[in-house]
Design a protein around this ligand. Structure first.
Ligand SMILES: Cc1ncc(COP(=O)(O)O)c(C=O)c1O
Length: 376
């Protein structure tokens, strides 16, 4: 390693941001005796819809469930194809399989790590009924191509699980689509531990999701169609309500940390900082850099950089180490080479600590250790 490392600190990759308000709200629910889905879930739904300026918000118990509700509501079924990105978490694509649909992947754009909808439009054959556009790492997808897909009868479902608080061209993530899914998983920007939300402007999609999360019931104990138990609890919704009030502060902290890293790292040879297109407000669920070993002064690859950071007490993440098409569920190693950009990027990505509890000293330490590690 070129140079001596600064003093050893310990910098976590994630740190849940919870305070007295979350604790007091949960205590209130426990005292009420109404723990399952009830009035607190209804309040969270109302507040979430208001925050985004959408007509409907339907709370569910995970982001995965929200994606599943959306695909079911637009009637994805056997042999319907749904296009999405291979460079995402499994739950952007696995609900397509839950509906017995076919997953079609389209390679990603190397700057944004996402797919632009023009490419989806070019790839869409007659079996394609929908696309799942993922706001990867908290950067909203470019919705300017959505109209072209919709005019062909192709629905746009937005996987905004990582993008609460983000916007693009003045529209909040989750708004410019037929339906969008958010996650409140314990590492997300707004958390309930487990939890999710479907948002939509479409009355029929919202009504379908409300049935689907509750065993397909219309009236109570009247089973109209297949459904699941995807309900959120009032206990968790209480945490979510307190978290939503912190959204601006939490997002601003992430953005300030990102701005610091951008400035500190943008000139590091072999390191590419996140690209943010004009008009986009990134929520920085992850701050993900690319390491190009050939261009770093000491030719260290991503895994070597990662383990050197780990030795210096800095936790990092790899999202995602292997694109979906290379996993047995979606194909396997024999599909190697099909999506070259996703395959290359998966070998180069490294996510740095960006959470709101990161101190100025922490981020300064991360940047300075990274410089030393790449050989500057
Ligand atoms: C892009 C993406 N889609 C879907 C999900 C699924 O959300 P959950 O873990 O709440 O089911 C996640 C989060 O884990 C995600 O990051």
């Amino acid at each position: 390693m070129g140079g001596v490392l600064p003093n050893l600190r310990s910098v976590q990759l994630v740190a849940p941001y919870l305070g007295e308000e979350e604790i007091a709200s949960v205590a209130d629910v426990l005292r009420s005796g109404q723990l399952a889905q009830g009035p607190v879930v209804a309040s969270l739904e109302r507040e979430f819809a208001e925050l985004l300026g959408v007509k409907h918000a339907v709370a569910v118990n995970s982001g995965t469930a929200a994606v599943h509700c959306a695909l079911n509501a637009i009637d994805i079924g056997e042999d319907d194809e749904v296009l999405t990105t291979p460079f995402t978490f499994a739950a952007s694509a696995s609900p397509i399989l839950m509906q017995r649909g076919l997953v079609g992947f389209v390679d990603i754009d190397e700057q944004t790590f996402n797919v632009d909808l023009e490419r989806y439009a070019a790839a869409a054959g007659p079996a394609v009924k929908a696309v799942v556009a993922v706001d990867l790492f908290g950067l909203p997808y470019d919705h300017s191509g959505a109209g072209g897909l919709r005019s062909r009868g192709i629905a746009v479902i937005e996987d905004a699980c990582q993008a609460i608080g983000a916007s693009r061209d003045g529209s909040a993530a989750g708004v410019r689509c037929d339906a969008a899914a958010f996650s409140f998983y314990a590492t997300k920007n707004v958390i309930t531990g487990e939890g999710g939300m479907l948002v939509t402007g479409d009355d029929a999609i919202a009504a379908s999701a409300r049935r689907f999360r509750q065993h397909g019931q219309g009236e109570r104990y009247e089973y109209l169609e297949l459904g699941y138990n995807y309900r959120l609890t009032d206990v968790l919704a209480a945490i979510g309500r307190a978290q939503l009030k912190r959204l601006n502060v939490l997002t601003q902290s992430r953005r300030a940390n990102a701005a610091f890293y951008d400035e500190a790292l943008c000139d590091l040879p072999g390191v590419t900082v996140p690209f943010v297109p004009d008009g986009a407000v990134h929520a920085y669920h992850q701050y993900t850099i690319l390491i190009d070993a050939a261009a770093t002064p000491n030719h260290r690859n991503r895994d070597e950089v990662r383990s050197a950071l780990e030795q210096a007490g800095i936790a990092t993440g790899i999202y995602y180490p292997k694109p979906l098409h290379l996993h047995p569920l979606f194909g396997g190693p024999e599909r190697s080479g099909e999506f070259p950009v996703a395959e290359r990027v998966a070998k180069q990505v490294l996510s740095l600590p960006i959470h709101p509890a990161l101190s100025e000293a922490d981020r300064t330490y991360v940047a300075s250790v990274l410089k030393t590690v790449v050989g500057l």
